[in-house]
Write a new protein. Structure first.
Length: 271
């Protein structure tokens, strides 16, 4: 038995798609930030794009250096990559709390988000950098199990499950509140912005793309790594993933979402 984690080997297709995704996130994030530099939504999405770009480009760099297994690229680059992706998970949650308008939770959150921004990526990096991962089951120690239970598992649950699910729930609530004219979202005077297409696009990207990646693509990589089906599913997941920045861009430049004001309700409730 070998408990050491494994990842599918990188291919040229992986590198090209990741670099394209990084470029799209960075370009849209930078353009929206240039248009509205003081808007919290553009700042958060721009940060999200930067973190995704770091997370995508490190495996690409490994591939160009001849390392096809990301786990073999060294603990420091791997730690930076996973720390960036952990920040991306927090930023996506933050984005769900401010797009298309600020939700009640974030107005009463206090220092929770700043603490998460400071602690989570540092903890992820330190775990990857210094955690002694056993090569075989016989090398599993009490120290390893304690670190796994106290730090590793809670971080994986928080960043890989709790925050993504909570983000989806928040977007669903925002979508519901924009329907039927009964909404907490305050619209600007004049032509009314329409955030619904942007929210639907982001939800489709997060739910369908995430579901396909976890439930279909992951098992396929194990069961039939060389099959054409893997390529088809991977392309589908990639295209669905691109819906998030494209839907955000449509919201900014087509549906005028940035003109939406703050929620009227002062009620504070968890989202």
């Amino acid at each position: 038995m070998n408990p050491t984690p494994t990842m599918p080997e990188l291919t040229a297709f992986d590198v090209v798609t990741q670099l394209i995704a990084a470029a799209i996130y960075l370009a849209i994030g930078a353009a929206a930030l240039a248009q509205a530099p003081r808007d919290e939504r553009t700042r958060v999405f721009s940060g999200l794009g930067v973190m995704y770009a770091i997370g995508f480009c490190i495996p690409a760099l490994a591939f160009f250096l001849g390392v096809k297994d990301p786990l073999a690229f060294g603990r420091v680059p791997l730690g930076v990559m996973l720390a960036a992706l952990s920040l991306a998970a927090i930023l996506m949650f933050h984005f769900s709390q401010v797009f298309p308008a600020r939700r009640p939770w974030i107005r009463g959150a206090g220092v929770q988000l700043p603490v998460a921004y400071a602690v989570a990526p540092l903890a992820v990096f330190l775990l990857v950098r210094w955690w002694p991962w056993p090569q075989t089951a016989e090398h599993i120690t009490l120290k390893f199990n304690l670190v796994l239970v106290v730090f590793g598992f809670p971080l994986m649950v928080l960043l890989g499950l709790v925050l993504p699910v909570t983000s989806i729930v928040s977007f669903l609530r925002s979508l519901r509140e924009t329907q039927g004219g009964s909404t907490r979202i305050s619209m600007a005077a004049g032509p009314q912005p329409n955030p619904q297409p942007a929210i639907v696009g982001i939800l489709l990207s997060q739910i369908a793309g995430g579901g396909l990646s976890l439930l279909v693509l992951g098992p396929l990589h194990t069961l039939a790594p060389e099959s054409f089906t893997v390529t088809i599913v991977a392309v589908t997941v990639w295209l669905l993933g691109l819906l998030t920045p494209l839907a955000y861009a449509a919201g900014v430049w087509k549906y005028d979402v940035l003109s939406i004001g703050q929620p009227q309700s002062a009620e504070v409730e968890p989202d």
